[in-house]
Write a protein that binds this ligand. Sequence first.
Ligand code: G6P
Length: 618
Amino acid sequence: MCGIVGYVGRQSAAPILFEGLQHLEYRGYDSAGIAVLDRDGALAVLKREGKLRDLEASLTEMPRGSAGIGHTRWATHGPPSERNAHPHTSAAGEVIVVQNGIVENYRELRAELEPGLAASGRSWQSDTDTEVIPELIARALADGLSFRDALAQAVGRLRGANAVAAVYRREPGRIYAARQGSAGGIIVGFGEDEMFLASDLPALLRHTTSVYHLEDGDIAEIDADGVLVSRGGAPSFAPQPTQVNLDPVAVARGPYRHFMLKEIHEQPRALSDTIRGRARLSPPRALPADLTFSELALRNIERVLVIGMGTSLHAAMIGRWWIEQIAGIPADFDNASEFRFRAPLLGPSTLVVSVTQSGETIDTLGAISHVRERWDAPQLTITNVEGSEATRQADASIVLRCGPEIGVASTKTFVGSLAALYLLACRLGHAQGRLSDAELSGRLEDLLTAPSLVERGLQLSDRCASVMRQFTAASNFLVLGRGIEYPLAMEAALKCKEISYVHAEGYAAGEMKHGPIALLDDGFPVIALAPRGPLFDKMMSAIQQVRARAAPVIAVGDAGDAELDELVDHFIGVPPTSALLTPFSLSPVIQLLAYHIALARGLDIDQPRNLAKTVTVE
Ligand code: G6P
């Protein structure tokens, strides 16, 4: 949600913190700030409303100081403003804090701290929940605790999931960090005579690949020579760093105008990487290594529930379709944020599959723990981030290997999740004897064509651009699909909303006549996803109904489909494929359609307003 960075070493901290924040801007970008301490404890704080570039202009005013923390914000409590931007400082100015997460009991804590503040003639300086943290730490320091213990005590009083970084003016060569619950993670980076802190790896890669991920409950005390971690009441220890295998080039935009475009174009390779080693043809086997459940456990699965949020929920919907069609097992999907507050009937024979590219989405993590606490159901998570909270909580994981996804709108992790779900359906069908060896082999061979389907879809970028340029001024789109294309219609509509700010609804085409049709006229464009398949004739009827209301139709169908081409105003032909594989042929086109409207409208595609890549708050 928000991004945190920290630095302590021999260099000037401010430019390093700023550069780190640039890599975390995808997590939040409505305001930002940096605090730096010099050797004598002199403090400089710089905060600005708006994007990081608004902070950059004043960066040269920052004094040289070799320890500091920084933050890029996605507002939760209080609007984006300089006053609400982090870092936040205790009333006496000694304790400086940045936070990612939500202090759910901040009202109670404010009420408790207020009399003390008032007695010293001070008042709250922001509308944030964060500001109670430096104040709680200051109270604990006044009670005689060391800074580390004061931080531990303060964090222990917070309800919710939080990652915190702090500096203390009386300890200028040190930075501190704490993690409570899963708040998008916090990582310590090891350098030579310098140490780093960040919410995510891209902010560290230019400096180090040697890292330690703080665990829930960890308090880290960091100076230029290393880190000491305390956990619970146990003695502090110096954690062993692990090496990450990520190339800084993977997090650079390269020649592409936007990360989203880069990631759309990376999809064939990302898909191949997801599938690699997981679709063995002889003897045929899907996911030979990732599913750590026993064959007996797989055979006993009677139902599958696939959950997720946003784009991952749409992948879950398609996964449900494949599990029913390929594995022949009853399957459902659910929105994780709704599921966790229902009382569904699950049991040990229900496999719960969570889809979450970040592995940190709070709604999905909440659903995973809801399942763990109430039912003894096996859980599998599908995520792009190895070591993420979802992988720690689930019983087994499929890690996508798509490489870092920086654009806020998910693209390559969507197709990666689709491949993982398809493989899962194949494995379950085979394990339960519903797919013979030969059938499994055929299904896997089909999947191996997916990267080239996507590749050919990417060649339609210019065509998508020229069609969408004609609808730059449209304020609404209806996107229709049926069967496996229905979740894709929802995904297309979500992409339009996310990056183009166009109101768009994804509908099952059969449902259109029950309401949405009332909206249609010659100014209401309709996108119809209509490849040849079992429901093609029904799609054609829906398109006829749209045409009869004079609404312009953009159809995405099989290349060479003259009948469809003739019927609609604009036709985009994707490579024909089998009915189960259309999500791969259509995905690049729906992404490119949304991308090109946003581009024509001159919008900030990688950082759309109000959104964040990793949503660690409810
Ligand atoms: C945010 C992102 C979406 C993403 C959703 C779920 O809303 O902006 O792109 O689909 O979270 O994220 P997850 O990491 O769980 O897939």
